[in-house]
Design a protein around this ligand. Structure first.
Ligand code: SAH
Length: 393
């Protein structure tokens, strides 16, 4: 297996200010092609195929388009607007990109993370939906500074394309999890069109069954998602079985409450037929007690649900601890004895700070240029410095 390393990737390409082609809806793309560029409508599909299937990273590569069209597209649009600030490769094959997107309106440039997780035949991307996060879960790195802004459709798609580009030509992304930075249900207006492209045949062709939207639990938005009629998988970050405990861990809970979340989850299950997933980050001494396990079993027993137990991935500066293997096993046993289906999520990319929001914090203080220069000097594929985080802190 590869050593954890810091690899430069397209270092130096500055973000461009031209609008992204990926930010246009299908109708807008067709209108521009027919009305502005005087081209037939089918050019849109040609372009889409180049981007999503042939992994073109600029319009010049789209050789079956007329030269003049390629030039006009390149003059008026960009494909990618972000800049890869850091690319890390974990010993276990997990890869992580830190991307900086340019300023939008009153918001300055914003950094987000996306992760490629390799597991047997699966190639999963963990996608960010916002710069930062407004939910404030007490153990999570993403929300420590609140939310800056929501990502745009093209910025969400760009993550998928840049991660796809890390795969060899005979591999493709098989799964998407909206589990990176941000709350996807607080940005459905941009997340849904991006997932529409990701799940379409001309796009990435990933079945909605293999696309999971993870949420802190916002009942109205769960209903909105349901109304769209696409059968995505829903994962709810529960983290506690009672309101008293959840209020301490998930600040949004005191205005919502577990009962309303479970009702929305049940409606989602009833209408989509999709088995629900509940995520539960185990925080040593906080929510990993036998009492919590009993209460959780009570809440989930009888529901067709999968419980994903996630041992806490430590975040620098936060007081929480990962429970011992014995504590995790004991917690799990209580639930399994009561018939709950439990999975314990394998930790991936520990050596590259792959839990959401972590990398961004570690490099927050470092300017792109000097980092890029340092990485470039180290040479592609070389281990720049000590594999873990020495160069970043
Ligand atoms: N806002 C959404 C999606 C982003 S977080 C949500 O709350 O679901 C994705 C998952 O990672 C959530 O279950 C979250 O609780 C978990 N997570 C965040 N920080 C973590 C950490 N330090 N260790 C383990 N899991 C973490």
């Amino acid at each position: 297996m590869q050593q954890a390393s810091l690899v430069p990737l397209t270092v130096g390409a500055p973000p461009v200010s031209r609008p992204s082609w990926l930010g246009l809806s299908q109708a807008e793309q067709e209108r521009w092609l027919t009305e502005t560029a005087g081209q037939p409508k089918f050019r849109r599909k040609q372009i889409e195929k180049w981007i999503f299937q042939q992994r073109a990273s600029d319009f010049g590569q789209m050789t079956d388009l007329p030269q003049a069209l390629r030039e006009r597209l390149a003059a008026e649009f960009s494909l990618f607007t972000g800049q890869v600030v850091k690319h890390q490769v974990s010993r276990d094959g997990t890869e992580k990109l830190l991307i900086e997107y340019p300023a939008v309106g009153r918001h300055g440039p914003g950094r987000i993370e996306c992760v490629l997780i390799r597991e047997k035949l699966r190639r999963t991307i963990c996608v960010s939906s916002q710069v930062g996060c407004g939910m404030g879960c007490v153990f999570c790195a993403s929300g420590l500074d609140g939310v800056d802004r929501s990502l745009q459709v093209n910025e969400i798609l760009e993550q998928m394309l840049r991660i796809t580009a890390l795969l060899p030509p005979d591999e493709r992304l098989s799964h998407i999890v909206m589990m990176g930075m941000g709350e996807p249900l607080a940005n459905l207006g941009q997340v849904l069109p991006a997932l529409e492209v990701a799940s379409s045949d001309l796009g990435l062709g990933i079945s909605p069954r293999r696309i999971t939207i993870s949420t802190v639990g916002l009942p109205k938005s769960i209903d909105r998602l349901l109304a769209v009629g696409k059968r995505y998988q829903l994962a709810i970050s529960l983290h506690a079985p009672t309101d008293a405990l959840r209020n301490q861990i998930v600040p949004t809970n005191d205005k919502v409450g577990i009962a309303a979340i479970m009702e929305a989850a049940d409606r989602f299950k009833a209408e989509t037929g999709r088995r629900l997933t509940f995520e539960y980050v185990l925080l040593g001494g906080v929510n990993d007690t036998l009492e919590a396990a009993e209460d959780l079993a009570e809440l989930l027993a009888g529901r067709d649900a999968l419980l994903n137990l996630i041992p806490y991935n430590p975040v620098a500066g936060l007081p929480y601890v990962t429970p011992s293997g014995t504590a995790v096993a004991r917690f799990r046993q209580v639930l399994e004895d009561r018939g709950v289906v439990v999975k314990c999520r394998q930790r991936k990319g520990d050596d590259i700070d792959a839990a959401c929001g972590q990398l961004r914090r570690v490099v927050a203080a470092a300017p792109i240029d000097s980092e890029g220069a340092a990485l470039a000097a180290a040479g592609p594929g070389s281990v720049a410095v000590d594999p873990d985080r020495a160069p970043l802190s």
